[in-house]
Design a protein around this ligand. Structure first.
Ligand code: FNR
Length: 386
């Protein structure tokens, strides 16, 4: 598509076509505070760097003279067909990247047939995101959405979010368990920047009937009191695997637990009734010095193989997607690359980034001699130092 447009009219793509280009162009566009919040990680950012270094330690061995004339990048996840083994990671406060925030993300995702996981910390209420996902008035196909739950210490608020997600048509609940409190994030600390305190990223709370019932005055009448209440109930340090078992009894939607890094935790999630996990260290934004997410993956696959295993933290290109799948992930989540696309061009920018990643993945797969996602396995890889 890109080459043909270039041949015919000398038209080049409106945006860069790989991660460093998206990152650099978004850096130019974003305010310093927003850029620091999005690009930054915890502590000395050791884990964020480790996430990338782990990919470099695996190398693909392309195989030749295999018939790849029929190619299929689709996968089945929790009983549904996805066009590619890619979904959008839950990311909060996306209005700091683009004024249309998560609504633009939903449009871009649905145009590419990529499922979106809507965050509890979204700047738009989940019902608005769902409406954008399911809007077929443009040329868009109806999008698929999951809801990511930050489990409030007020359990009735948490349950209210789940009920609203069910009513809005989200198809799974992703409980993020690694961020009941924000970590030490120097880039935000030095700029004293926390968007939530100025009312961005709290829309799901302010629009929630149970949350509102805890306030003396409405959030419009007394926004400061609403933010104070948000601050006091946002996260739940007391959460345990028993709560996952409790949630299992409350909803018939599939449950995935995000932020799992130890195989025993993965097993305990499945024992508590979860359908799967997201292997993730939150892009290095929580525990600095934590192991690279990719290095956590194989042990978790050994522990709970057969359950749904998604992966994120450091996925930047088609080769990364292939490596994560070869090590046992069923699909990957795209985080920062999508945010940079959003910053560059709203829905169109998200669509562009996803199209690039899908094409890069497909080409990488077939040029490695593999026609089908199911055939990507450990035999495709060697350790770089072997
Ligand atoms: C996140 N992430 C995140 N995760 C989550 O469960 N709920 C959330 O609201 C957020 N918010 C958020 C904001 C920003 C700016 C970033 C960069 C990340 C984590 C996200 O889902 C995912 O785990 C990471 O983005 C993966 O790391 P990379 O690939 O983006 O480096």
């Amino acid at each position: 598509d890109i080459y043909a447009k270039g041949m015919l009219g000398g038209v080049r793509p409106a945006y860069p076509t790989e991660f460093d280009g998206w990152h650099e162009a978004a850096h130019q566009k974003l305010t310093p505070e927003a850029y620091g919040y999005i690009a930054g990680s915890a502590g000395l950012e050791t884990t964020a760097h480790a996430n990338r270094a782990a990919f470099a330690r695996w190398e693909i061995i392309p195989r030749m003279l295999r018939d790849t004339s029929k190619r299929d990048t689709s996968v089945e996840i929790l009983g549904k067909r996805w066009d590619a083994p890619i979904a959008l990671a839950p990311i909060g406060v996306m209005t700091i990247a683009h004024e249309e925030g998560e609504v633009a993300v939903a449009r871009g995702a649905s145009r590419r047939g990529v499922p979106m996981i809507a965050s509890t910390a979204a700047a738009k209420p989940m019902e608005e995101i769902a409406a954008a996902l399911h809007d077929t008035s443009g040329n868009e196909t109806s999008g698929r959405g999951w809801y990511q739950l930050y489990w409030s210490s007020d359990r009735d608020v948490a349950l209210s979010f789940v009920r609203r997600a069910e009513a809005a048509g989200f198809e799974a609940i992703v409980v993020t368990v690694d961020t009941w409190q924000l970590a030490w994030r120097p880039r935000d600390l030095v700029q004293a920047f926390l968007p939530f305190l100025r009312g961005e990223g709290v829309a799901n709370f302010l629009s929630d009937p149970v949350f509102q019932s805890r306030l003396e005055k409405s959030p419009q009448e007394d926004p400061e009191a609403a933010i104070r209440l948000w601050g006091s109930i946002f996260g739940n340090p007391a959460l345990t695997f028993d709560d996952i078992a409790w949630l299992r009894e409350q909803t018939s939607l599939p449950i995935l637990v995000k932020g799992i890094q130890h195989p025993d935790d993965a097993t305990a999630c499945i024992d508590a009734g979860a359908d799967g996990v997201v292997v993730s260290n939150h892009g290095g934004r929580q525990v600095d010095g934590a192991r690279a997410s990719l290095d956590c993956l194989p042990d978790i696959v050994s522990a709970i193989g057969g359950s749904t295993i998604l992966f994120d933290s450091g996925v930047r290109c088609g080769a990364d997607i292939m490596k994560a799948l070869a090590l046992g992930a069923d699909a990957v989540l795209i985080g920062r690359p999508m945010v940079y696309g959003l910053a560059l061009g709203g829905a169109e920018g998200v669509e562009h980034v996803l199209q690039c990643l899908q094409a890069d993945f497909e080409l990488n797969m077939v040029l490695s001699g593999i026609g089908n996602v199911a055939d990507i396995d450990r035999t495709c890889l060697v350790r770089a130092d072997d």
